[in-house]
Design a protein around this ligand. Structure first.
Ligand code: NAD
Ligand code: UDX
Length: 346
């Protein structure tokens, strides 16, 4: 009774404060970094989003047009209070208030970037211009995922960042290679002219769970073929080399680059180098010893060798990859078997 009287007395100086909304105590209101990930519904982007979302102080916005990405890759975050997903094409301007931009939007598989080459150039050039314009307007730091393809068919081996590359400017891969080179140029021009904080990662071939099954890149092709018991298609001559980085190592490198003090460009990749025939033999041995390996025709301008020099990443970011190809392939196999609904026979 006495309590009721006291609660009902609006003139009382000892009135209890109203109960705060439960939202006042939610993590949402403690966030101190809003991060935009373009291309966040894609392969690397969705793994990056997972890592960024692990930090309860981050809010993450993904902008993606779903050309090669999928909402499925982000399903565990849809509806989360610190997460937003926007259907957006980066060739159009985007107005959001953010502190950091990871700019990944661009098809990465040669089959997909060659499908509509004019659109690939627009994505790289106009898309990067739009994201730099956004970074300038809101004062955000921006990281571009460039590529080892800026080295073209390299005449220097392994490739370090000082190498200017050997790119065919009018070939079928140029929409991607030259597009990324212009994107790098734009990043540095905005940095020098407008003082934008930039970071450039030159990513070497990356693989892992969530790659599209029909992505067309070599690791996903071989794993899907081995699981389906179809011949592994080694494109001629089979002696061409690549260096494969597992996606968790890649994401770790990208975050270190964003958080560090160096603009780059910095190579992020795994220096373990394999011919495509060696890769096919490794997949055969690990996944399906019965599968056939066949030679097929290649496409024009396929780089003959590729291996990153990661001295700079080691020195400036304290980063190096941890997962060897032989350990990463079975992790990807597991994901592909689940999606293809082909369990491993014991
Ligand atoms: N995976 C690799 O081996 C590799 C190597 C070098 C560089 N990269 C770069 O890393 C980034 C991500 O590559 P990935 O392997 O995750 O490729 P991905 O194709 O899986 O992802 C790209 C994402 O960008 C989206 N996208 C494409 N065009 C867009 C547009 N105009 N507007 C908005 N969204 C768009 C796609 O829908 C997709 O979700 C790309 O910039 C790629 O060039 C990747
Ligand atoms: O089924 C296949 C597919 C590909 N290959 C060969 O495997 C090698 C790698 O081809 P991929 O299509 O996986 O990728 P590429 O290295 O050519 O390009 C990639 O490089 C770095 C990124 O920027 C992009 O993800 C992509 O452009 C090529 O020599 C290709 O000829 C096969 O032997 N069989």
């Amino acid at each position: 009774m006495a309590k009721e009287a006291s609660n009902g007395n609006h003139n009382s100086a000892t009135k209890a404060p109203p109960t705060p909304s439960p939202l006042r105590f939610s993590k949402y209101f403690q966030s101190n970094m809003r991060i935009l990930v373009t291309g966040g519904a894609g392969f690397i982007g969705s793994h990056l989003v997972d890592r960024l979302m692990e930090n309860e102080k981050n809010e993450v916005i993904v902008a993606d047009n779903y050309f090669t990405g999928s909402k499925d890759n982000l399903k565990k975050w849809i509806g989360h209070p610190r997460f937003e997903l926007i259907r957006h094409d980066v060739t159009e301007p985007l107005l959001v208030e953010v502190d950091q931009i990871y700019h990944l939007a661009c098809p990465a598989s040669p089959i997909f970037y060659k499908y509509n080459p004019v659109k690939t150039i627009k994505t790289n050039v106009i898309g990067t211009l739009n994201m730099l314009g956004l970074a300038k307007r809101v004062g955000a730091r921006i990281l571009l995922t460039s590529t080892s393809e800026v080295y073209g068919d390299p005449l220097v081996h392994p490739q370090d960042e000082s190498y200017w590359g050997n790119v065919n400017p009018i070939g079928v891969r140029s929409c991607y290679d030259e597009g990324k080179r212009v994107a790098e140029t734009l990043m540095f021009d905005y940095h020098r002219q407008h003082g934008i904080e930039i970071r450039i990662a030159r990513i070497f071939n990356t693989y892992g769970p969530r790659m599209n099954i029909d992505d067309g890149r070599v690791v996903s092709n071989f794993i899907a073929q081995a699981i389906r018991n179809e011949p592994l298609t080694v494109q001629a001559p089979g002696t061409q080399t690549r260096s494969f980085c597992y996606v968790s190592d890649m994401v770790d490198g990208l975050i270190r680059l964003m958080e560090g003090e160096n603009t780059g460009p910095i190579n992020i990749g795994n220096p373990g180098e394999f011919t495509m025939m060696e890769l096919a033999e490794t997949v055969k041995e690990l996944i399906n010893p019965e599968v056939e390996i066949i030679g097929v025709e290649n496409t024009p301008d396929d780089p003959r060798q590729r291996k990153p020099d990661i001295t700079k990443a080691k020195e400036l970011l304290g980063w190096e990859p941890k997962i060897k190809l032989r350990d990463g392939l079975p992790l990807m196999e597991e994901d592909f078997r689940r999606r293809l609904e082909v369990p491993r026979e014991n």
